[in-house]
Design a protein around this ligand. Structure first.
Ligand SMILES: [Zn+2]
Length: 481
């Protein structure tokens, strides 16, 4: 289009919505994208408000120059992993007073997760003298700003924008967000933000909802250069537990029966493991071993899962009418440290201990590793990717001696490593998801991926969909023309 003057061109440009990439750009964390809606009185909508432990830049310092949290009009949360929601209470503490839109299960999960995160941060700030981003009370105040919306129901985060949540699998309540943005002159543009995309067939969750049309897409690409192995996680877990049971079922005079330790993240992973262990025992594919869920946060989150059976996929919804999907009679829940410590004493029967954290770097699992690693009869089953430099990474690489909490341990326990527990789609699955577009988007932005996987995936998407793919830098912005 030809404009007579620069001013006219600038005015036209002003009418275009703009998206700013402020986090998870050429990196996997933290997710923070900002939609700038032009018009009389600009409006600002955040897509996610993530933070992470490794994040050295506070969320407010990621916002464009001169934009304070108090100027934001709405925040839309895709799902409740910390790298997508962990900066929310910080925004509120610094003056953001608008709504946090999220799905109903996300709303209930955040009531547990944000205060828990605030309490941990307070403890860490006291112990390590680190700056406090927000405390438990700040988190509780931010909960008042939550605005739950049902999947598939349209809502308007700001005038001129309509939005809708669609299943993203990945985690209970995880959603893609489809936005429809008004232009002056009655035109509209659609923008799909995928959030994190989960794999097909996840327990309890619906598969990723297909989206057929979107002008622009912000898509995750965590595993853009990888293919998950084809092992079925349920079968792999059954085999590993059966092998471990063979070792755990011969009592040692001093130490009793062996333990099968499964380090798991409290959110999502612990519920998947509990679901699989219940199913395997019910089907008689593993022995009726008791399971101890050793994490108060995981117990509370499982309670939220139980309250949201109506949000499960159809077959699990039906199943849940007849049984508890996450435990069997005789299983144990350890809320207190005393209950947890009992699991380190001689066991009267073989016991599966599901304990956080998933990489073994801190949390209650540390004391179980200290008491169990040096004795045969115990097995540790590590699930999925193990972060570099963590006990999980060292042990799965074959270390036979290791320092845990400054104690040197000679590893005599059996170490198992099961892949296929990822909550993210791999390259082939992302391409399959995107192939459901009836018309290629005008432009697709790849986020939530390191540069190397993003570059590989960009070439694949361009070839398959024939659309332009951009890997944005942090701080860059694009007009949705
Ligand atoms: Zn996630």
């Amino acid at each position: 289009m030809f404009y007579k003057t620069k001013r006219a061109r600038d005015r036209r440009k002003e009418l275009h919505p703009r998206v700013h990439f402020l986090g998870a750009a050429r990196a996997v964390t933290p997710s923070l994208h900002l939609l700038e809606i032009p018009g009389d009185g600009k409006r600002w909508v955040c897509l996610d408000s993530g933070s992470s432990q490794e994040d050295t830049i506070a969320i407010e310092r990621r916002l464009p120059n001169g934009l304070s949290p108090s100027k934001l009009n709405a925040v839309i949360l895709s799902h409740v992993h910390n790298d997508h929601v962990g900066g929310g209470p910080r925004l509120s503490k610094l003056g953001y007073s608008g709504p946090f839109y999220c799905t109903e299960p996300s709303n209930d999960l955040l009531k547990t997760i944000w205060p828990d995160s605030g309490a941990i941060q307070q403890k860490d700030a006291r112990r390590f003298k680190t700056p406090l981003m927000f405390g438990e009370q700040d988190a509780r105040m931010a909960l008042r700003q939550l605005r739950p919306v049902s999947m598939g129901k349209r809502f308007s985060p700001v005038p001129g924008v309509a939005a809708e949540f669609l299943s993203a699998s990945h985690l209970l309540g995880a959603a893609q967000t489809l936005l429809e943005i008004d232009f002056k002159g009655g035109e509209k543009r659609t923008l799909l933000y995928t959030g994190d995309l989960g794999r097909p067939g996840m327990p309890c969750l619906d598969d990723v909802a297909p989206v057929k049309y979107a002008d622009y897409v912000i898509c995750e690409g965590t595993y853009g250069d990888k293919l998950h192995n084809d092992l079925d996680p349920l079968n792999a877990l059954a085999d590993a537990v059966n092998r471990a049971y063979g070792l755990a079922s011969y009592p040692d005079k001093k130490r009793g029966y062996g333990a099968i330790l499964i380090p798991s993240f409290a959110l999502g992973r612990a519920q998947t493991v509990a679901y699989y262990l219940r199913l395997l025992r019910q089907q008689g594919r593993i022995r009726p071993i008791r399971v101890a869920m050793d994490s108060p946060l995981a117990i509370n989150i499982t309670e939220v899962y139980r309250r949201h059976i109506h949000d499960f996929n159809r077959s699990d919804r039906k199943q849940a009418k007849h049984c508890d999907l996450f435990s069997l009679p005789g299983d144990i829940e350890c809320r207190t440290w005393e209950e947890s410590a009992k699991l380190d004493k001689p066991l009267s029967e073989p016991t599966i201990i599901v304990s956080s954290r998933g990489w073994g770097n801190g949390g209650r699992v540390t004391s179980h590793l200290l008491s169990r690693l040096e004795h045969p009869g115990n097995t540790v089953i590590w699930l999925g990717h193990q972060g570099e430099g963590t006990p999980g990474s060292d042990l799965t690489a074959g270390a036979r001696s290791i320092y845990i909490a400054k104690h040197k341990l000679n590893v005599k326990a059996t170490i198992e490593h099961l892949e296929g527990f990822s909550g993210h789609q791999d390259q082939r699955e992302i391409l399959d998801t995107l192939s459901r577009f009836k018309r290629p988007p005008r432009k697709l932005f790849l986020v939530h991926a390191e540069e190397a996987p993003a570059t590989v995936l960009k070439a694949k998407i361009e070839k398959r969909l024939g659309c332009e793919v951009v890997i944005p830098h942090r701080g860059s912005h694009f007009d949705l023309t």
